[in-house]
Ligand binder design. Structure first.
Ligand SMILES: [Zn+2]
Length: 191
């Protein structure tokens, strides 16, 4: 549960740069919606594991599918809002782009949680968790933070360049490359 805000890292770091290929708002929601489960358990004081049925690849897949479809249905209403915040490129995305964003986001959430928690059963109905490895905790947290930093840098770049309508497609690719190089330079500098 305390890990939830960290899921915004990969949500932004992957969702924004690839927003032309899969639906970024769906991907962002998908990365955090899985934690509705521990949120409700804690809020209602339920006798239920914090990482129960929803924290399995099987449920995550189904929830991702459903989320993608719902977001696709809501697209007509919400598209103007997404455009204001530059979360969508101009090209209309297909249903597939929503569904892929949903499934990828929810499954990524389960994958990132799996090494960290003893109560998680990612491969349910198989109850063993071969991914459990608490030694990876710091690494997973760092990865999420750095992906978040990348996402924020990319978003600031989008607001700066696209906001003024100056960025063309080729420049966009060059800007992304530049941001990636900056990110890796910063990261390796810290090692
Ligand atoms: Zn979780």
């Amino acid at each position: 549960m305390p890990f939830t805000p960290f899921h915004f890292g990969p949500a932004l770091g992957l969702g924004l740069p690839f927003r032309k290929y899969f639906h970024a708002p769906t991907f962002i929601v998908a990365n955090v919606i899985v934690d509705v489960e521990p949120f409700l358990v804690l809020l209602l004081g339920l006798r239920y594991p914090l990482h129960g049925y929803l924290h399995t690849f099987l449920s995550a897949f189904l929830v991702g599918l459903a989320l993608g479809y719902v977001m696709f249905l809501l697209e007509r209403v919400l598209h103007p809002l997404y455009k204001v915040f530059l979360l969508e490129a101009d090209n209309g995305l297909s249903l597939n782009s929503f569904v892929v964003a949903g499934v990828f986001g929810t499954c990524l959430h389960v994958l990132l949680d799996s090494p960290l928690y003893a109560d998680i059963r990612p491969f349910y109905p198989i109850t063993a968790n071969p991914l459990l490895n608490p030694a990876l905790t710091l690494g997973v947290y760092s990865l999420c933070v750095w992906m978040g930093v990348l996402g924020i840098i990319y978003y600031v770049g989008l607001l700066t360049f696209l906001g003024y309508g100056k960025l063309r497609r080729k420049r966009d690719a060059r800007a992304l490359l530049f941001l990636l190089l900056t990110f890796f330079a910063l990261y390796t500098d810290r090692l």
